[in-house]
Design a protein around this ligand. Structure first.
Ligand code: HEM
Length: 465
C-alpha cells in the first residue's frame, strides 16, 4: 500500500511530577535545567510544564525549519499574550495580515540609510554619559547594568522622538521602567486573574501607562498639526510618514502608540544587557580590550566620533559584540506554537497534544557541535572563515525568518558606538573576583546587577569631555 505517512519514533519525554511535570525544575534554574537536557539529548525532547507539553528543539536545522522554512505553521507562544497587555497590537506580538502590513509600514524606518540619521543622537547620549562619569566619584564601583539601562533608554527615546521629548524625558523613563518591571512580574505570574486586582503594583502600572500614552499622543498630535513639509529625522517621523503601497493608508494614533511602546520595550533592555555583559567580559579579558583599543585607535583615533562609514570598519568591535551575545544572548529563549502537527525527520510533533515549541539561543550558542571553544570568550569565533563553516542558525541572537528582529541594525550600531566610545575613554575593571551569574527573565540579565570599577584614561579636558 502506498502511504505518504513518514515513519515516526517517539520523541524522548521527561517523566516529571504528577500535575506539575517539570515546572519546578524549569522555574528553579532554567539554564541548568535546559543545559542538562542539551547534554543528554541531541535533537528534540519533551517535558510538561505549566500544564502544557513543551518540545525543546536542539539543532540549528530545526530552528531554521520553524522560524523560516515552515514559519507559516507557527505562531508566537502564549508568553507573548502577556506582552499584549503592555504593547497592544505592536509588531512583536501581532500575527497574520495585520503583522505583515505593520512590518511593511515600519521596515523603511529601519533601513541603514535612515539609521544613519540616528548616529549623531547616539554619539551625543554616550558623550553625555561620559561627561557625567567624569564628574562622578569613581573610587567606588559603578552599577554598570543600571548605567547601561538609562543610556539605552535615553538613546531609544531620542531615536524615536528627537528633541520633542526633552521636557518629558524623566517622566517617560520612569513610566517605561515601571511598565517593564510590571511586565517582568506578570510574565511569570501563574495567576492571571490577579492582574486586574487594584494592588499598589497595578495602580502604579496603570498610572505609568496613562502617563506614557498622554506623552506619546501629545507628541503625535503636535506633529499632525505641523505643516506637511516639516520633517522629523527620527523613528516616529518615519512611522508617521509611511503609507501602505496597496491602500495608501497610514498608521492610526493607536497603531503608532503600540509600535512606539513596542520599540521602547524591545529596544532598550536587550541592548542594555548586551552592553553590560560586554563590559563585564572585557573587564575580565584585558587582551581583548587591548586589541579592541588598537582598532579604535586606528579607525577613530583619539577624538573622532563614529559615523556610519567608520562603524563598518570597526570589525573587531563587531566581533566582540557578536561574541558577547553568543555567550549571553539577551533573547535567550523564545517560543512558538504549532498550528498543525509537524514532522522533524523521524519525529512527529502532534497537535493539539504538544502545544509549545522552544528555541533556545543560549543552548545553540554553546553547543560544542558548532563552536570550537563554546565556554571561552573569543571574538575570533566570528572571523569570516570560521562563520562560513557553521550552520547559520547556530547563532541567532536576533531570531530568524520573517520575524527577525527589525531593530538588529539599530542595536548593532548603538552597541558599537557605546562600546567604542566608552572603551576609548575608560578602563573597566572587575569589582571583585566573583563570577557574575546570568539571570534568565524576559532577557538575560546579570544577576543582582553588574558592578565594575571604572577609571578615566585621560585627564579631564582631553578627548571627548
Ligand atoms: C541586542 C539587542 C536586541 C536583541 C538581542 C533583540 C532580539 C530580538 C529577537 C530574538 C526577536 C524575535 C523574537 C521572536 O521571533 O520571537 C526580536 C524582535 C523584535 N525586535 Fe529586537 N532585539 C534587540 C534590539 C532591538 C531594538 C533596538 C529594537 C528597536 C529599535 C527592536 C525591536 C524589535 C521588534 C519590533 C521586534 C518584532 C519584529 C517582528 O516580529 O516583526 N529590537 N528582537
Amino acid at each position: 500500500m502506498v502511504t505518504d505517512e513518514k515513519p515516526t519514533k517517539p520523541i524522548p519525554k521527561l517523566k516529571g511530577l504528577p500535575f506539575l511535570g517539570s515546572t519546578l525544575d524549569f522555574a528553579r534554574d532554567p539554564l541548568a535545567f535546559l543545559t542538562g537536557l542539551q547534554q543528554k539529548y541531541d535533537r528534540l525532547v519533551q517535558f510538561d510544564a505549566v500544564g502544557r507539553l513543551i518540545t525543546l528543539t536542539l539543532t540549528p536545522e530545526d530552528a531554521r525549519y520553524i522560524l523560516q522554512e515552515n514559519n507559516k505553521n507557527y505562531v508566537k507562544s502564549a508568553a507573548y499574550d502577556v506582552l499584549k497587555m503592555f504593547l497592544g497590537n505592536g509588531l512583536l506580538n501581532s500575527e497574520g495580515d495585520f503583522w505583515r502590513r505593520q512590518r511593511r509600514l515600519a521596515q523603511p524606518a529601519f533601513h541603514k540609510q535612515r539609521l544613519a540619521l540616528l548616529v549623531d543622537g547616539m554619539n551625543r547620549e554616550t558623550a553625555g554619559l561620559m561627561a557625567s562619569w567624569k564628574n562622578r566619584d569613581l573610587s567606588k564601583p559603578l552599577l554598570i547594568s543600571e548605567e547601561m539601562m538609562q543610556l539605552a533608554l535615553a538613546i531609544v527615546t531620542r531615536s524615536l522622538f528627537s528633541s520633542d521629548v526633552k521636557n518629558h524625558l524623566e517622566n517617560v523613563s520612569e513610566a517605561i521602567t515601571t511598565i517593564i518591571q510590571t511586565a517582568y512580574k506578570e510574565i511569570f505570574n501563574f495567576f492571571p486573574a490577579t492582574r486586574n486586582w487594584p494592588t499598589p503594583r497595578t495602580i502604579r502600572y496603570r498610572r505609568a501607562v496613562r502617563k506614557t500614552e498622554a506623552i506619546i499622543y501629545e507628541i503625535i498630535e503636535n506633529r499632525r498639526r505641523e505643516p506637511p513639509e516639516t520633517r522629523h529625522d527620527d523613528l516616529l517621523g518615519m512611522l508617521m510618514e509611511t503609507r501602505d503601497d496597496e491602500t495608501g493608508e497610514q498608521m492610526t494614533n493607536q497603531q503608532l502608540r503600540d509600535e512606539v511602546t513596542t520599540i521602547f520595550m524591545a529596544g532598550h533592555e536587550t541592548t542594555a544587557n548586551a552592553l553590560s555583559w560586554a563590559f563585564y567580559l572585557l573587564a575580565n579579558h584585558p587582551d581583548v580590550t587591548e586589541k579592541l583599543r588598537e582598532e579604535i585607535n586606528m579607525v577613530l583615533g583619539p577624538t573622532d566620533l563614529p559615523t556610519m562609514e567608520t562603524l563598518r570598519e570597526l570589525t573587531y568591535a563587531t566581533q566582540v559584540i557578536q561574541e558577547t551575545m553568543r555567550l549571553y544572548p539577551p533573547a535567550w529563549i523564545f517560543g512558538r506554537q504549532p498550528l498543525h502537527s509537524d514532522q522533524f525527520g523521524d519525529y512527529r510533533v502532534e497537535v493539539p497534544k504538544a502545544d509549545g515549541m522552544l528555541i533556545c539561543p543560549y543552548l545553540l550558542h554553546r553547543d560544542p557541535r558548532y563552536w570550537e571553544k563554546p565556554e571561552t570568550f573569543e571574538p575570533e569565533h566570528f572571523l569570516p572563515e570560521r562563520v562560513k563553516n557553521r550552520p547559520t542558525y547556530a547563532y541567532l541572537p536576533f531570531g530568524g525568518g520573517p520575524r527577525l528582529c527589525i531593530g538588529n541594525n539599530f542595536a548593532m550600531m548603538e552597541m558599537q558606538i557605546v562600546l567604542t566610545l566608552l572603551i576609548r575613554e575608560f578602563d573597566f575593571l572587575p569589582a571583585d573576583s566573583k563570577k557574575v551569574e546570568a539571570e534568565p527573565g524576559i532577557t538575560l540579565r546579570p544577576k543582582g546587577g553588574l558592578r565594575l570599577r571604572v577609571r578615566a584614561r585621560h585627564k579631564a579636558g582631553s578627548p571627548v569631555s
